[in-house]
Design a protein around this ligand. Structure first.
Ligand code: HAM
Length: 438
């Protein structure tokens, strides 16, 4: 191998050296804590799945981003780009025997061959929380509450983030009442999904050409999508199929979230349709208020997916929250904890002969649950103290020949700088650090 060959990390993938991993763990801990607070149970599945699990159910965009290949057994497989189809598959095999509703969460690493852009990588971790087996709007509200509570737990408030909420049934009803045939609804959703990133003229052109809307209807539709509230939909399209029900659900959704203390985080917004094909009802995305970042979280109701993958026909609602945009946002707001080294105890041996004693004392304190370190070979006292400080040691035990001769050692409290002589007997029993070491 050429000597100068350097192995680069693949583009869009991350390494997690300890400082980065500590940040990731901080986010994961919050996700797990809040999931449990709402009564969800953790599950997982394999990172590789059969290709056809995604080709029909997820929609074109994601299928174009698959890391797909043929395995040695000739199977068409892919790294999972999202978790929802796996969840549907896993439940397909076992949901019949389970009490409903099912409340499950997971923290998978997902893979999408994305174009390089800010906030989008080719792998990310995505917290997924889903309720399966409950068709009522109470489940939709609960799901959004979980997502918002985790963001609050991480320090983000109502001035930092907003959940933009819509309902695909409303958009469907509006499209139907404008005479757009059902086979054109998905493409209309796709146009709406891109409306904020596209020139208005281009969206209007697509609505005319791909959905068959007249110029004035296309304009009216786009105007409603961009600025319309529930009252406008009720006034203009109130007689459409399912509109009354969807509007009532939207009201109930808002009322529940207000009672859960999250009313200030919610905004109705018809532009939210979600890029994935399987959503059927209330959908939402959470953004930073200033819209500097991409969506932190997206989800919604998908009542037909379980049946589509061959399982029990169960209604479902859930979301995915990625770690990439979230970490960018937390960094921007100064909400990430300092990553500090935090040993409890460092043992300094003044002479090499005392190192065996350091091992014995270290063992006892480790058994007491403390993080304990010492130099792994003979080192100057100065170097040992410098390591103690690098490791952020709370206490240092100094093993000196004269003290050991007397049956004691010096314990230095690094926070206060005070020192005390403590008997070796106590130190060998994993005690003697004072205060909270009982
Ligand atoms: P999604 O909108 O594709 O939904 O992804 C959810 C979130 O994952 C996004 O808002 C974003 O934070 C993050 N994310 C997605 N792709 C990337 C990427 N390439 N790089 C970094 N972050 C990314 C879903 O995947 C649905 N399966 C969520 C769901 C669960 N719906 C119902 N249950």
């Amino acid at each position: 191998m050429a000597k100068d060959k350097a192995f680069a990390r693949l583009p869009g993938f991350r390494d997690f050296p300890p400082e980065e991993l500590q940040i990731r763990s901080h986010v994961f801990e919050s996700w797990r804590r809040i999931s449990r607070r709402y009564g969800f149970q953790e599950y997982d599945g394999p990172p590789l799945e059969a290709l056809d699990l995604y080709t029909e159910k997820s929609g074109e965009e994601i299928v174009g981003q698959l890391y797909a290949f043929e395995d040695k057994g000739g199977r068409e497989i892919t790294l999972r780009p999202e978790m929802t189809p796996s969840l549907a598959r896993i439940l397909g095999e076992r949901s019949r025997a389970m009490p409903k509703p099912i409340r499950w969460f997971t923290l998978p690493q997902l893979f999408r061959y994305e174009r390089q852009q800010r906030g989008r990588l080719r792998e990310h971790f995505q917290w997924n929380v889903d309720i399966i087996g409950e068709a009522g709007v109470g489940a939709d509200a609960e799901i959004l509450a979980v997502a918002l509570d985790a963001l609050r737990d991480l320090g983000l408030g109502k001035n930092d983030i907003v959940a933009r909420v819509s309902d695909r049934r409303l958009l469907t009803a509006v499209l139907s009442s404008l005479g757009v045939s059902p086979e054109h609804h998905l493409v209309a959703f796709e146009i709406v999904d891109k409306v904020e990133r596209e020139e208005a003229s281009r969206s209007l052109q697509r609505l005319r050409e791909e959905c068959g809307l007249s110029e004035s209807d296309a304009e009216a539709f786009l105007g409603l999508v961009e600025d319309g509230g529930p009252e406008d939909i009720a006034r203009l399209h109130g007689k459409g199929p399912g509109v009354t029900e969807a509007l009532a659900d939207m009201q109930e959704h808002q009322d529940i979230l207000a009672r859960l203390g999250l009313g200030d985080f919610i905004q109705f917004d018809l532009r939210i349709v979600r890029g994935l094909a399987y959503y059927t009802g209330i959908v939402f995305e959470i953004f930073d208020r200033n819209r500097e970042f991409r969506a932190v979280c997206g989800g919604g109701r998908y009542d037909r997916l379980l049946e589509l993958v061959g399982g029990e026909p169960l209604p479902a609602t859930g979301f995915g929250m990625g770690d990439v945009v979230l970490t960018e946002l937390l960094t921007d707001r100064g909400l990430l904890p300092d990553v500090a080294r935090d040993a409890d105890l460092f043992l300094v041996s003044i002479t090499p002969e005392l190192r065996p004693l350091a091992h014995e004392i270290a063992r006892a304190h480790r058994e007491s649950g403390r993080r304990v370190m010492y130099a792994l070979r003979d080192q100057s006292v100065k170097k040992q103290f410098s390591s103690a400080s690098t490791e952020g040691a709370r206490w240092v035990i100094i093993l000196g020949p004269d003290e050991v001769e007397k049956g004691v050692a010096v314990v230095r409290d690094m926070a206060s700088g005070t020192e005390a002589e403590v008997s070796l007997e106590e130190l060998r029993a994993g005690k003697g650090l004072g205060g909270d070491d009982a």
